[in-house]
Design a protein around this ligand. Structure first.
Ligand SMILES: [Ca+2]
Ligand SMILES: [Ca+2]
Ligand SMILES: [Ca+2]
Ligand SMILES: [Ca+2]
Length: 422
């Protein structure tokens, strides 16, 4: 939060061209009366809706800031898909913008509800530049014959998603988010649940370099009859692609967790569990060779934890742990077990993240790569919840990172869970 506040202050103080629009009407959906006059105001009453704010921010050159009110449900209701000026259907973004409830606590995050819009929520059109979404929820976006139910990202954009909850969004590809070629996407501290896609990526479909960290991805659906996955990572002939996943939990998706078709995967300190079919599936497609780099991670109780076709270079002798076979994780540092001794599903105090925490006697505690937190093969400095790594979870006086998304706290060892059977 401090980081977001300081970024805001820099924006307020440093960029005189930035306009700040405070949304103050949420129960109705209206256009801006005069985009480009510097005022976010609807035709009558002098109010500012989210739609009017987006139209005004598009019309003003340069980065603008749209502040959403806390404890509000913003209802989008002006229908008309295929329109590209944010006046109808989805909110088209054509210029750099930051949108969010920047200073609100989690319990007061606003919800953008697209039920009744019959369109996706945000369409980041080509060349918008830097676009940031912070601190809110997106529900019920639908791009049923198109891509990206909540957010669609076209060429030449750098999109950051920070602490956003995506639920019940649907699309042909990328139920919540679709990113096409030649852009960048970074997602942090976010949750994807209940999203669905017809062809690819119940939660996300990515065709540009994408980083996901400290996020929860569960109960997303994919309705095709072939490979069905929560996160689809695709190949694009115009530019780089690939997915990096760190300190995140991917579970209970129907039916697989992550499917890469021709793109590299880098997975670090993540937990991939209870997905009905595969945890990870990789296929080089038209590529000669793609890389699977996975370290300090746990894959367990998926229908099949990990499968790859020929042509996948497994850079995996890196302190992973898995049930069943070590097919994807050859190497002496892989731990095979029948049961990782993690807790049943936990919900954090803010009802935001879900995760499986190691029990005190779990083999994943203090057993990640011995390098201290930092770049390279070692763990990151914080786990999925923001808990500082490394903690001395096994109480032997030597603090070392745990495998998986969650670091066992030193001071909870006396509260080990009754649901773990040793
Ligand atoms: Ca205006
Ligand atoms: Ca602008
Ligand atoms: Ca539109
Ligand atoms: Ca530890």
């Amino acid at each position: 939060m401090k980081k977001i506040l300081s970024i805001l202050l820099i924006l307020f103080n440093g960029l005189s061209l930035s306009a700040v629009f405070q949304v103050n009407l949420t129960v109705q959906d209206h256009v801006d009366a005069d985009p480009g006059d510097g005022e976010c105001d609807i035709p009558t009453g002098g109010f500012c809706t989210l739609r009017a704010a987006v139209m005004e921010a598009n019309a003003l050159p340069g980065l603008d800031i749209i502040v959403l009110p806390g404890d509000a449900t913003i209802r989008l209701a002006i229908t008309g898909s295929g329109e590209d000026s944010a006046a109808a259907g989805d909110l088209d973004i054509t210029d750099a913008v930051s949108i969010g409830a920047f200073t609100e606590p989690t319990a007061s995050f606003p919800t953008i509800d697209a039920n009744g819009l019959n369109d996706r929520v945000f369409d980041v059109l080509s060349g918008s530049g830097s676009v940031t979404f912070v601190n809110f929820r997106i529900l019920n976006g639908s791009a049923d014959f198109n891509n990206g139910g909540a957010i669609n990202i076209s060429l030449d954009n750098q999109v950051a998603v920070n602490r956003v909850w995506f639920e019940d969004n649907t699309a042909n590809s990328g139920g919540a988010i679709y990113i096409g070629p030649l852009s960048e996407l970074s997602i942090a501290d976010s949750v994807f649940t209940g999203n669905a896609a017809v062809s690819q990526g119940g939660a996300l479909s990515v065709f540009s370099p994408t980083e996901i960290e400290k996020s929860t991805i569960f109960d997303n659906l994919n309705l095709n009859t072939e490979f069905q996955e929560a996160i689809y990572v695709g190949l694009d002939s115009f530019g780089p692609t690939g997915l990096t996943l760190r300190n995140s939990t991917v579970f209970d998706n129907g039916s697989s967790g992550i499917y890469s078709e021709g793109a590299d995967l880098t997975i670090k300190n993540s937990t991939i569990a209870h997905n009905a079919d595969r945890g990870i599936l990789m296929n080089p497609g038209t590529q000669d060779m793609i890389d699977l780099r996975i370290s300090n991670s746990i894959l367990y109780f998926n229908g099949n934890n990990c499968g790859t076709g020929a042509g996948v270079n497994k850079i995996t002798d890196n302190w992973n742990a898995t049930t069943g076979s070590s097919f994807c994780f050859p190497g002496s540092t892989t731990t095979l077990f029948d049961d990782p001794k993690l807790t049943s599903l936990k919900v954090d105090a803010e009802n935001w993240h879900r995760y499986y925490r190691p029990g005190f006697f779990s083999p994943v505690v203090d057993s990640a790569h011995p390098t201290q937190p930092g770049p390279g093969i070692g763990c990151d400095k914080e786990d999925q919840r923001g808990v500082v790594r490394a903690q001395d979870g096994d109480g032997n006086g030597d603090a070392r990172c745990d495998r998986g998304a969650i670091e066992l706290l030193e001071d909870v060892i006396f509260f080990d869970d009754l649901d773990i059977v040793y």
